[in-house]
Design a protein around this ligand. Structure first.
Ligand SMILES: Cc1cc2nc3c(=O)[nH]c(=O)nc-3n(C[C@H](O)[C@H](O)[C@H](O)COP(=O)(O)O)c2cc1C
Length: 200
């Protein structure tokens, strides 16, 4: 189907588009094809952006894991509205998502946490993410102390869990010749998704 017509937009849902583009990225990009920018807004309106990794997704939303006491965690505890953006330079594609976050179930967070390497699990305990750190030695000592406490059976810290971004709109961008790029955005209207082509 030619991307010059609008018909091709109706053939797939935004989630099916997402799946195709993420699959293409995973096939072609070696390092972190699942990296995405996450924008949050804190209670005084300061916007902040950082990269996190997409660890799961389905038609409900897009899941990443972090420390809920971090800067982003503190912002999301108060303001649930966030933005995500993927950019795959070698594919000339971008996806932007706006939505609101909710905590994933403890079962889901436990399952993902337990899939991590022991040292990564210990790091989740040792790192007071986004707080000042006196020296790297302090951090390494803290990892060793938690290692001595837990051994190989490291439980998930209660403040470390997954957030699911429930999308309210999803916008796709693909580079076109002479900067006549293709852009189209889906917006959620209750349970329906409506798509519109946008000027580049
Ligand atoms: C490629 C890449 C992947 C990252 N993945 C995560 C992640 O999944 N979760 C996370 O908490 N931080 C991740 N980080 C670190 C964050 O970008 C950020 O530095 C950290 O979460 C602290 O952010 P904050 O102070 O805004 O809360 C990643 C960084 C990079 C460069």
């Amino acid at each position: 189907m030619s991307k010059n017509s609008n018909k091709f937009l109706d053939d797939l849902t935004p989630f099916q588009w997402f799946e195709q583009w993420l699959n293409d990225a995973t096939e072609k990009i070696e390092q972190d094809p699942n990296a995405m920018s996450l924008a949050t807004i804190d209670p005084i309106g300061t916007l902040s952006i950082r990269i996190v990794l997409l660890k799961a997704w389905d038609n409900k939303g897009f899941v990443f894991y972090t420390n809920s006491k971090s800067r982003k965690g503190a912002a999301m505890n108060v303001n649930k509205q966030v933005g995500l953006s993927f950019y795959w330079p070698s594919l000339n594609r971008q996806i932007r998502i706006s939505g609101s976050v909710e905590k994933v179930t403890d079962l889901e967070s436990d399952a993902y946490f337990q899939s991590r390497a022991v040292r990564s699990k210990l790091g989740a305990w040792a790192s007071k993410q986004s707080q000042p750190l006196e020296s790297r030695e302090h951090l390494l000592r803290s990892v060793a102390e938690y290692g001595a406490e837990f051994g190989d059976e490291v439980p998930r810290p209660a403040h470390w869990f997954g957030y699911r971004v429930i999308p309210s709109d999803m916008e796709f961008w693909e580079a076109g010749e002479f900067r006549l790029h293709n852009r189209w955005r889906w917006e959620r209207d209750n349970e329906k998704w409506r798509v519109q082509r946008l000027n580049p």
